[in-house]
Design a protein. Structure first.
Length: 279
């Protein structure tokens, strides 16, 4: 019996190691290629490590400053969108769980129907609205058009429903209004969910490509994914410098990986809703 358990544990750990390697392989490949010469990248058979690490590829990727501008554009727009989306989603989710009003079930149904619709179906009407408002080719238009998230509302609503209604009712009896109950009672008990959604929202906005590429046409407005794509198409020299391109990709990915490492505990708690109280 003990031997079977050891074999089972070994098989599980081996499977997890293999899956982890498959997931990590693109990042390892990207990093090793970022410190290779062009000939080493295209060598057959491929070389795992370079003869001499080409750390100058990173200096070349950041030399002209445009790439840093793209990263800044992505970072600050993602921060603004994340803060506003969390604020809006929390109020909406609270209303759906702790406020009684007419047509509540109908509103929840409409939200669910909207949630299953592909995001691309909103691109044309959003494009027309922003065009009429004069917000095309601007970060303001991109930010304003991203202020709502059905997924965040659905996720927070699920978390809020797991909070003991007695706690909310006790706060209401003590004289707390909806605003105070949300931000002083419900939100602290759901902190892990807020952190999880904050990280996911930030990463989604930071890496966004399709919608921004439809709105932003001025190179000074490019987000980092659009800037990286332009290295392949517009900048002919970059199209040949694969080591530089891989170095630029590593620069993009490193802050995101660091963010995940710092917030992984809250992410796991948020996904499993451990922060919610239901007793």
């Amino acid at each position: 019996m003990q031997g079977r358990k050891k074999i089972k544990n070994f098989a599980v750990h081996l499977a997890l190691i293999c899956i982890s390697f498959i997931i990590a392989f693109p990042f390892l490949w990207m990093f090793t290629n970022s410190i290779k010469t062009k000939d080493e990248i295209w060598a057959v058979p491929p070389k795992v490590l370079p003869a001499i690490a080409q750390w100058g590829n990173y200096a070349d990727a950041l030399a002209d400053g445009t790439f840093l501008r793209y990263m800044w554009n992505s970072a600050y727009t993602a921060i603004i969108i994340t803060v506003v989306v969390l604020f809006n989603s929390a109020m909406f989710a609270y209303a759906l769980t702790h406020i009684r009003f007419r047509w509540k079930k109908l509103l929840i149904t409409l939200i669910m129907v909207t949630y299953i619709m592909p995001a691309t179906t909103t691109y044309v009407p959003s494009y027309v609205i922003l065009s009429k408002m004069g917000l095309m080719n601007s970060h303001a238009g991109y930010v304003v058009s991203s202020f709502a998230s059905i997924f965040n509302i659905f996720f927070l609503r699920t978390t809020f429903t797991q909070i003991n209604p007695g706690i909310v009712e006790a706060a209401r009896i003590d004289g707390a209004g909806h605003w105070k109950i949300l931000w002083w009672v419900v939100a602290p008990m759901s902190a892990s969910s807020f952190v999880t959604l904050g990280l996911l929202s930030f990463l989604g906005c930071y890496n966004s490509y399709l919608w921004p590429s439809l709105l932003l046409h001025n190179k000074t407005q490019y987000l980092v994914s659009m800037g990286l794509q332009s290295f392949f198409t517009s900048e002919g020299a970059y199209g040949l410098k694969w080591g530089t391109i891989m170095a630029a990709c590593c620069v993009i990915v490193f802050p995101l990986l660091l963010l995940f490492l710092i917030g992984q505990r809250w992410i796991l708690n948020g996904i499993t809703n451990d922060a919610a109280v239901k007793e």
